[in-house]
Design a protein around this ligand. Structure first.
Ligand SMILES: Nc1ccn([C@@H]2O[C@H](COP(=O)(O)O)[C@@H](O)[C@H]2O)c(=O)n1
Ligand SMILES: C[C@@]1(CO)OP(=O)(O)OP(=O)(O)OC[C@H]1O
Length: 157
């Protein structure tokens, strides 16, 4: 049995916030704005997993109206999402994600992001692929106003 899900998220880039992507704090002049730590990649990963198991999205499980999730560590949220998968006796087949950002340069931090995500999902890093693209200076990502991420996951019995 195979279950697939996809996730997509966007957060605004603003001054005075840390830039946390894939559980890694990236040195940059701006950071992502959100109710939680706004880790756009971990949110896309969480939504893909929730989609695969038919459990809606992270907003349903961790509402942004709940002070409990103010500045929440998105890695902890992902761990809670993954516990729902393990409860169903499923494991990760593979995961593929894309960060859409003009800047900062993600490549130096991607190996660490892969390690973080693989550990949270109790899997070999070989099953986790993270990549990045600019939008060639087009649109909100190209203007550096925000960062987007998308993810697809495959879960197996
Ligand atoms: N924020 C980013 C964006 C891209 N990369 C890497 O650069 C390569 C070229 O990007 P294009 O948008 O011109 O295709 C891309 O394949 C990534 O490896 C990055 O590290 N950080
Ligand atoms: C993660 C949550 C948690 O409060 O907050 P945000 O950081 O605002 O992130 P978003 O992707 O907009 O939606 C999910 C929220 O529930």
């Amino acid at each position: 049995m195979i279950k697939v899900g996809q996730g997509f998220d966007v957060h605004q880039l603003v001054e005075g916030r840390p830039c946390i992507i894939g559980g890694v704090t990236i040195p940059y002049e701006k950071g992502l704005l959100g109710h939680s730590d706004a880790d756009v990649l971990l949110h896309a990963v969480s939504d893909a997993i929730l989609g695969a198991i038919g459990e809606g999205d992270i907003g349903r499980h961790f509402p942004d109206t709940d002070q409990a999730f103010k500045d929440a560590d998105s890695l902890k949220l992902l761990e809670q999402v993954w516990a729902m998968v393990e409860k169903r006796g499923l494991k990760l087949g593979n995961l593929d994600a894309t960060i859409i950002a003009q800047r900062p340069k993600m490549a130096p931090y991607i190996p660490q992001m892969v390690e973080v995500i693989a550990k949270a999902l109790n899997t070999d890093p070989a099953n986790v692929n993270v990549k990045a693209t600019t939008t060639e200076q087009l649109g909100f990502t190209g203007r550096g106003e925000g960062i987007a991420a998308q993810c697809i996951v495959c879960l197996t019995a």
